[in-house]
Design a protein around this ligand. Sequence first.
Ligand code: HEM
Length: 147
Amino acid sequence: MVKWTDQERSTVRAVWEQINIDEVGPEALARVLIVYPWTERYFGSLGELFTASAVLNNAKVAAHGRVVLRALDEAVKNMDNIEDTYAALSQLHYEKLHVDPDNFRLLADCITITVACKLRSAMGPQVQATWQKFLSAVVDALQSQYH
Ligand code: HEM
């Protein structure tokens, strides 16, 4: 289980409070689909993506980006128990969606970049390090049911 200092807890909460889910969710998911185009294979139901502008203007990408970001709220609220919190979600991505587990880290990195672009100076190196530790715990939890 990941250990958190009080400062790390408050840093994660402070970053989370500044995140606009409706902006960051769609932008982060669009970014992962553009930078790592093979991730599009999992989103056959999102319609034709192919070009960057198609991805950025796709309403379903935006909607699903919000769903993913909203799910992060659960991790922020359960920092001491992220693995259990995401056990069912991990199982869904493994057994039903067949998502390659490496992709979780790719999305986590795109979330960090998107957040850093928004927060700018509020996302200094120390804050980024703590935020990445948090997302790394999320990634580990989402991979936990893969076997
Ligand atoms: C569905 C969260 C990463 C592909 C979902 C759902 C949530 C979620 C909450 C909806 C589950 C439901 O309907 O019960 C997350 C989180 C991620 C993550 C928190 C990492 C931070 C990924 C990645 C991929 C992916 C990296 C693929 C590259 C999908 C697909 C669905 C889905 C294809 C089903 C979409 C649909 O048909 O509605 N995810 N996900 N997810 N996720 Fe993820």
